[in-house]
Design a protein around this ligand. Structure first.
Ligand SMILES: Cc1ncc(C[n+]2csc(CCOP(=O)(O)OP(=O)(O)O)c2C)c(N)n1
Ligand SMILES: [Mg+2]
Length: 320
């Protein structure tokens, strides 16, 4: 596929926006501007951006619980996101969901759940709608390697394969389910081997290479949307941060973390853009600066916004 400078620039901008947004959350969690902990995905931005940006605008996206980069990649507006995670009235979901139930129908983002794997059957339902209504659209669903050992993954793959649903499951394999390394929670030989047991094709890509992810999901989407059924894309990546903002990461070595820091997806993409796409360093610096500014604006906006009232808590309980 030929990549326009505009598409590459948007990918780069969104990766930096995701990185700075989460760094701001990290400081805000530590300084207790945000209640509770935050689940950050620093280091996994290429998977989120590459996958979301391979989908059509009308396609649906279902996020995993580690969702901020996926939300930004799907086109969510970050002022509303920041206000949401800070629990403010002007947040995307009225300040009532926080990160754990973030959603935005205006960008076809069906949301997230704090239960790992809960998105798979929801994505199957959304894909069944596309199929029945013959919209020609597909559904992208994110999940971590920690969901592969859950029943929901198997049940969803089985139904999706049986009904040839237009759904792409992107597995963000960061080699840990929380603090448990993959060799202690996953028995099959590989993700592709597990998918094959359900008759679902799969590919494995470098999840820190945004172009590789984009290219794999573009191909998977084309197959799924044309009636060939579901597809699994395993994106191998690494969390360059703890499981949550309280995690000291004592379950893995500093040397291992250092190796992955050298494989930082944003640095890799910077090199690719300069070497392979001849993009100007000054253009990239400007995009980075714009991303910083947008996050600072979002922080200002959220910090000065008001809290929801008790009445607001009851408003969204029943559909109108
Ligand atoms: C239904 C359910 N089971 C277990 C948990 C506890 N839990 C939260 S995250 C997690 C591991 C998730 O691993 P993975 O999907 O790989 O995400 P990662 O932390 O690697 O991003 C577990 C076991 C939960 N919140 N809900
Ligand atoms: Mg994981």
């Amino acid at each position: 596929m030929k990549y326009t400078e505009e598409l590459l620039a948007t990918m780069y901008y969104r990766m930096y926006q995701a990185r700075f947004f989460e760094e701001a959350l990290k400081s805000s969690s530590v300084s207790e501007k945000i209640n509770g902990v935050s689940h950050l995905s620093i280091g996994q931005e290429a998977t989120a951006v590459g996958a979301c940006m391979a989908m059509n605008e009308d396609d649906k996206i279902v996020m995993s619980f580690r969702n901020h980069a996926q939300a930004i990649a799907s086109g969510m507006e970050i002022k509303g996101m920041m206000a949401e995670v800070m629990g403010r009235e002007s947040g995307i979901n009225g300040g009532l969901s926080g990160s754990a139930h973030l959603s935005d129908a205006s960008v076809n983002n069906l949301g997230t759940s704090p239960a790992p794997g809960a998105g798979y059957p929801i994505a199957c339902g959304a894909a069944l709608t596309q199929q029945k209504q013959k919209t020609g659209q597909a559904v992208l669903c994110f999940g971590g390697d920690g969901t592969l050992d859950e029943g929901l993954f198997g049940e969803s793959l089985n139904l999706a394969a049986l009904w040839k649903l237009p759904v792409i499951f992107v597995i963000e394999n960061n080699f840990f389910s929380g603090a448990t390394a993959i060799e202690h929670h996953f028995a099959p030989k590989s993700v592709a081997a597990l998918a094959a047991a359900y008759g679902v094709p799969a590919v494995t890509v470098d999840g820190n290479d945004v172009i590789a992810v984009h290219s794999a999901v573009t191909k998977a989407r084309a197959k799924a949307a044309s009636g060939e059924g579901p597809f699994v894309v395993e994106a191998q990546t690494y969390r360059l941060c703890g499981y949550d903002t309280n995690d000291l990461q004592l379950y893995r070595s500093v040397d291992e973390q250092k190796i992955w820091q050298q494989h930082d997806p944003i640095n890799l993409f910077t090199e690719t853009l300069i070497q392979d796409y001849q993009m100007d360093q000054s253009v990239l610096e400007q995009l980075k600066e714009n991303a910083t500014r947008s996050v600072n604006d979002a922080l200002d906006y959220a910090e000065n916004a008001s809290d929801p009232s008790m009445n607001d808590a009851l408003t969204p309980v029943y559909a109108k």
